[in-house]
Design a protein around this ligand. Sequence first.
Ligand SMILES: [Zn+2]
Ligand SMILES: [Zn+2]
Length: 677
Amino acid sequence: MKPVLALTLAAFFVTFPLLAEREEVTSEIFHLGTKGLPEWNEFRSSEPHGRNLSVTFEAKANQEESTLFIRQDDVKQGWRVSLNGKRLGNLERFESKMLHTLKVPAKTLKDGENRLSIAAPTALDDVFVGGAFLVNKAREDALRQSFLEVRVTDSKGAPLPCRITITNEKDYLMPLQVEASPLVAVRTGVVYSLEGKTTAGVLPGKYLVYASRGFEYGVATAKVRVAEGETRSIRLSLDREVPTEGWISCDPHVHVKTFSGHGDSTVEERIPTIAGEGLELPISTDHNHHADYGPYQEAAGASAFFTTVIGNEVTTKVGHFNAFPIKKGAPLPNHETESWKELFKSIRATPGVEVILLNHPRNVHSNFSPTDPSHFNRASGESQREGGLEMDAIEVITSAALQADYTGPFEDWFALLNAGKRVTAAGSSDTHDVNRYLLGQGRTYLQCPDKDPANVDLAAACRAFREGRALVSMGLLTHLRVEERFEVGDLATKLPSKATARIQVLGPRWVDATRVVLYGNGLPIWESEVESAPNAITKADLKVELPKFTHDIHLVAIANGSGVTKPFWEIPRPYQHKSKEYVSRVIGATNPIWLDFDGDGKYTSPRGYAERLVEKKPMLAETLAKLSDFDSSVAVQVAALLTVRGVDLKETKAEAAWEKASPAIRTGFSEFLEASP
Ligand SMILES: [Zn+2]
Ligand SMILES: [Zn+2]
């Protein structure tokens, strides 16, 4: 037998003479960064190796192109990689784990000692890099020896548009070689496929394969080992887990590189990412551009999966505002004006527009943030800018541009509601990418018929948006009802003396909820830890007796839980951060139910009460006396109105008067003064 085997092996080598050879560069992982100046506090415990890395290794000269494979994690800035003094390129700007590849041109390597160098950018960044090896082939050929053939269906066997994530056992996204097609969008370790399938060329090794379809679906996984020259076939079935009947999944803030000029997703790649993350109503919002995804959706045969909407991120020096829907051929709104009054007028006049959404209110662009304390009072919701903020909705979660403290945008929203503005809270992704930030991770659920995602009733969806019949979701979905009758957007009247609220928190099995807070006029009025049963879809179902109020309140529930860290849906790090502290969360928030506690058949905002309490020529002592039954949110508005009407609350006698008043008044007045620009 022996000679036969030898003969077979010899024949094998003759037929496939190009088996890939690997040469190790380093097995170590190095922490690079600036000593004493960690990018995040969590890196304090590990002393960086330095700002630069230089490792030597033995190799053979390469006559043909080779490929460097290198593990990297938490790369935000431009780190340069060189081999023997020759620049190969950069680490990929990507803040999660991946096995990156760089081309090594012929004759870069020499016989004997070689040197790999990585050089830091000027900006502060902590990265983890190493585990590097060379393969003596161009990337394409190195990844054409072993294949993973993945098919994803629903439990009935029908193919399902989805995301396929391929990692090694340590969560590193792995390099893939997949044939280009309008039906897929491919990045390192990721294939979005309209047909729920891929044949991916990979390095031989052990893999974890995940199939997922965004928030509403489960995650199916398989562990597989593929040898050199082998093709492994993997069947995964995926089911919907989170019920969302009557609610449309909308991402009101979506970009493509084709029209925005930055990020990495082309408009063609957007189609499989939208279907693969299970979005039903994506709104295209490129910067001062009216993009229609419709023709691309049709070309890819994806018409059945979602309804596209033309929108525009009206990008100005005084904030970014999404406007939608926009009629085909409509002129661009004036994005050059620096007057909000003119801007809102111009957007409202654009044919089709029904919703104006203020984007990422606390982020700084062109040195300006729409709710910056220098011109916006974060307690009273008053803006000093001409015309004020007159939009219909505000992003409280922008998953590609998260705040280190997620509560900030919620506080701005509460302040606007307390100022008497009807503004709907929204969640969006604002992604420009296929995988650097996930489409629809932040999203908004709109109360709207959802039987046919290909033909969403756009008028109904926009009405729901404006009326606050909307839920904000990033990994959790929180429902709120009062007296089992009233839902978000409703005016709840004829309330009994002991009114009850019901809070239901939903999420897929791969998410946990840990805490729920109920807010009345933006103030926490009840909260509870939540312990969801393992694998439960309903994370919490709570009945709460509401505290007694003598005045109306807007009621909002916000649930949160630990952030998802797995590579199929990892919650990203914040986008701009001054703080070095960050705890990643999943969040599900409601819009308000308007509670008519004073029984006059309508809802009165804190500002509305303040208008009643503060005379045209106010006397401070009398106003304070009338304020005794109200919470601090009304006191904030009274302080604001007293100030407008000429009372100096910092004047010694005035200060002494309100300092002696009730705790709610003291809190409200001092919060207003501290937040005054
Ligand atoms: Zn923006
Ligand atoms: Zn944007």
